[in-house]
Design a protein around this ligand. Structure first.
Ligand code: TYM
Length: 380
């Protein structure tokens, strides 16, 4: 924790200084050389890495080396289901799909109904479990390879993971976990044990595990890296993203309790339009006249930042939007309109694939090739 911002797996407050976060967490920035090594294997770079949204890593160079040497690797990511997913939650999954497509590797998706029950006062176990089903539909809609993807809910798959969770938990004492997560005396004891559960999937295969996620999940991986080798597994590697900022401005995190800060995957086109027009923080001037004269500041403007991070994939188009907005040729209303169209197009496609996903839940959770293998494996 620092004075003006705070990032934990449960909380993001203030305007995050990502340069400083990398130093404090002890991760590495993804530099041009590493980007070149990735694209030499993938042929292109996904927009989220090209534009620096995925900006931090640990051992990604070793992952690429293992891949080149024929040892391979596997992917692991997850979701804590307490509510409907917003657009920020989906980004790591979209990026993970790209990695799976490019490298053809297995992916494990942990849905932590246990975590959300333990860490969120307002959520019952039944609610966390039913949100898990809803969130899994959104995750399936991203389009992962059904033969190479296993999506599991902790409360269902725990029997197979529990022996390994015990091994992990015995390696970690309370002081270590307390200092990494900042637990206080009032934390319930389930929450204190939970980090062991989130570490288990990093040991689902003997290969190196690569975890794409937001940088808020970092504390788990720091602990994993302390103990993995003593259990005979490689330290987990990470590729970590900054946050898609809330609609209302660059500071903090999209919040389920403040619907105006976020766009949910199930928001209808009118709601999306209203949220953007009404709440999206603008870097434009207060009147059209002034804007034409002075221009806007794209780097505080949330519609621009959302387009830049993800929704406008075309590099020459986004450059033109940036120039036009900065020079005052493009108005705030036009920029908001552009984001509204892109976002509603994206959500429309997502809704169709989510509908199709209802018939695929069993494949990803139980009957697919990887799922079947996983249900017959106990990690002891
Ligand atoms: P959860 O449900 O809080 O978040 C799911 C994923 O979304 C990322 N994320 C964001 N990314 C970009 N912009 C945002 N505004 C934004 N908000 C959230 C999170 O970093 C995460 O990658 N404990 C985890 C569940 C979990 C997990 C994992 C996550 C279990 N195993 C392995 C990643 C990797 C959680 O509650 O995530």
């Amino acid at each position: 924790m620092v004075d003006d911002y705070r990032v934990t797996p449960w909380q993001v407050e203030g305007e995050v200084d990502y340069e400083r976060l990398v130093r404090e967490f002890g991760t590495q920035k993804i530099d041009e050389n590493l980007k070149a090594s990735i694209s030499s294997l993938t042929g292109e770079l996904h927009v989220l890495i090209r534009r620096g949204v995925f900006f931090s890593h640990r051992d990604l160079d070793l992952v690429l080396k293992d891949y080149r040497d024929g040892k391979g690797f596997f992917l692991y990511t997850g979701r804590g289901p307490s509510k409907a997913m917003h657009i920020g939650h989906l980004l790591p999954f979209v990026f993970t799909k790209w990695l799976q497509d490019k490298f053809g590797v297995n992916l494990y998706v942990e849905v932590t109904d246990d975590e959300k029950f333990l860490t969120n006062q307002g959520v019952t176990l039944d609610e966390a479990r039913s949100w898990a089903r809803e969130n899994i539909l959104d995750i399936i809609a991203v389009g992962f390879d059904p033969d190479k993807t296993f999506i599991f809910q902790d409360t269902e798959y725990i029997r197979n993971m529990y022996p390994r969770a015990l091994e992990i938990s015995k390696k970690l004492n309370f002081s270590e976990v307390k200092s990494v997560f900042g637990f206080e005396g009032s934390a319930n004891i389930g929450w204190i044990f939970y980090p062991a559960i989130q570490m288990v999937p990093t040991m689902f295969e003997r290969k190196r595990c690569l975890i794409p996620s937001g940088i808020d999940q970092d504390p788990y991986w720091r602990l994993q890296r302390d103990i993995a080798e003593s259990l005979g597994y490689p330290k987990a590697a990470q590729i970590q993203s900054r946050f898609l900022p809330p609609l209302t401005g660059i500071s903090g995190k999209m919040s389920a309790s403040q619907p105006e800060t976020a766009v949910y995957l199930n928001d209808d086109p009118n709601t999306v339009r209203k949220k953007i027009m009404r709440y999206a923080f603008s870097g434009g001037q207060s009147t059209v006249e002034l804007h034409r004269k002075l221009g806007g500041d794209p780097w505080v403007d949330i519609p621009f930042i959302w387009l830049y991070y993800f929704f406008e994939d075309d590099d020459s188009k986004i450059r033109k939007v940036e120039e036009d907005y900065r020079s005052g040729r493009m108005l705030t209303g036009e920029l908001k309109e552009l984001l509204t169209e892109k976002l509603n197009g994206f959500l429309g496609n997502h809704a169709v694939r989510r509908e199709e996903a209802t018939s695929k839940i069993d494949v990803y959770k139980f009957t697919g090739k990887l799922a079947q293998k996983m249900w017959s494996t106990v990690f002891d």
